[in-house]
Design a protein around this ligand. Structure first.
Ligand SMILES: [Fe+2]
Length: 312
C-alpha cells in the first residue's frame, strides 16, 4: 500500500478542522524533493515576484525591521548559502503552478484530507516552501486563507494565538484582508500567556483556526517547511465579510456591527467588496513591496544594503 503523506488524521481532528489547532504527522521529510539541489533549482526557476526573500531583526518584535531582499543574478546554491548564514527566509509560493511534482503532492495531500474530513471542500489550494535561516523569526501576523505548516528539515517553535480580540482586532484583520498592510498586526508580549506553543521537528504538521495570529522562531539550524493554503465556501464568505467591513470602517467612517456570513447585510457586503475591487481602489491602496537589501554571498550575514529602495 502506498504510504500516506498525512498520518494520524483521527475523527476528533476532523471534527474541529479549521476551528482548533490540529497537530499531525506527515512523511514529506522522507521525500527527495526537499534536497538542497532541488531547492536550489526551484529558487532559480521561480520569479522573484512569487518567491520573495525577507530579512528581519534577530530579536524583539519590530515589524519595521521586516524588509525585502533582491536576489537577481544569483544561483540557487548562492541564495541557499546566504540563508544558511544570515537571518533570512525565502517563500517559494504557488509551486503547483510551476512544477508538476509539487502539483501532484498538493493534490495527494488534499485528497487525503478530503477523504477524512466530512464537508471539507476546498475549491482553491496552493503549496509553498519556506526556507529560513538558523534563529530566524517570523513576527506576529495573521494569514487570510486556511493554512497548514509541515516541517520538513530543522526545528522551529510556533506560538498560535486565539483568532479573536484582543489578539486579533477586526480592524487589523480587515486591513490584512484588503491588502492595505501586509500581514503584520498589533502584538503585545502579554498575549503569550494565551498562546498554544508547539515545537516542530521534521515530520510534524500543524493546521490552525482560520486567521489565527501566530509567530515563529527557528531553532539554530536551517529550516525547510511546506505551507499549504486553501479556500472553501465559508472562508470565501468570511473574506467578503471582512473586506466589506473594512471598506465601511476605513473608507465610509461607519463602524460595522455584524460579522455574520449570511443574511442581507452580508450580501450587501459581498456587493460592496465586488464594487470596491472592480473600481480599482484595491490596487491603488494595496501594500507595495520595497527591496531594501541585496542577497550578498560574500557578506557575513548574507545581505548588503541597497542605497535606494526599489519598488518591485
Ligand atoms: Fe503565517
Amino acid at each position: 500500500m502506498k504510504q500516506k503523506i498525512i498520518e494520524n488524521l483521527s475523527h476528533d481532528v476532523a471534527e474541529t478542522w479549521g476551528e482548533e489547532t490540529a497537530r499531525l504527522r506527515h512523511s514529506l521529510h522522507q521525500n527527495s524533493l526537499f534536497s538542497d539541489d532541488v531547492l536550489a533549482s526551484l529558487i532559480e526557476r521561480m520569479p522573484q515576484a512569487i518567491s520573495p526573500i525577507n530579512t528581519m531583526a534577530g530579536s524583539g518584535h519590530d515589524a519595521a525591521s521586516w524588509a525585502y531582499c533582491d536576489r537577481s543574478g544569483l544561483s540557487g546554491h548562492e541564495v541557499l548559502e546566504a540563508i544558511k548564514r544570515g537571518r533570512l527566509w525565502i517563500n517559494l509560493q504557488k509551486l503547483e503552478e510551476h512544477d508538476s511534482r509539487f502539483e501532484a503532492l498538493l493534490d495527494e495531500m488534499y485528497e487525503e484530507l478530503q477523504a477524512s474530513i466530512p464537508g471539507f471542500k476546498p475549491h482553491r489550494k496552493s503549496l509553498g516552501i519556506l526556507i529560513s535561516s538558523p534563529g530566524a523569526q517570523v513576527f506576529y501576523h495573521a494569514d487570510v486563507p486556511g493554512q497548514s505548516l509541515l516541517q520538513v528539515r530543522g526545528e522551529k517553535q510556533i506560538h498560535i494565538y486565539p483568532a479573536n480580540e484582543p489578539f486579533l482586532r477586526p480592524a487589523d484583520l480587515e486591513n490584512v484582508i484588503r491588502g492595505v498592510t501586509e500581514e503584520e498586526i498589533r502584538y503585545d508580549p502579554t498575549y503569550d500567556a494565551h498562546a498554544e506553543i508547539y515545537d516542530l521537528k521534521a515530520g510534524d504538521m500543524l493546521h490552525w483556526a482560520l486567521n489565527g495570529p501566530h509567530r515563529v522562531t527557528n531553532g539554530n539550524c536551517l529550516n525547510v517547511s511546506v505551507t499549504t493554503e486553501h479556500w472553501t465556501a465559508p472562508i470565501r464568505r468570511s473574506y467578503a465579510m471582512n473586506y466589506g467591513n473594512g471598506v465601511l470602517r476605513s473608507e465610509l467612517g461607519w463602524t460595522p456591527r455584524s460579522r455574520a456570513i449570511s443574511g442581507p447585510a452580508f450580501w450587501a457586503k459581498v456587493a460592496l467588496t465586488a464594487f470596491w475591487r472592480k473600481s480599482g481602489m484595491q490596487k491603488k491602496q494595496s501594500f507595495k513591496r520595497i527591496m531594501q537589501y541585496r542577497i550578498d554571498p560574500n557578506a557575513p550575514e548574507g545581505i548588503s544594503s541597497l542605497s535606494m529602495g526599489a519598488a518591485e
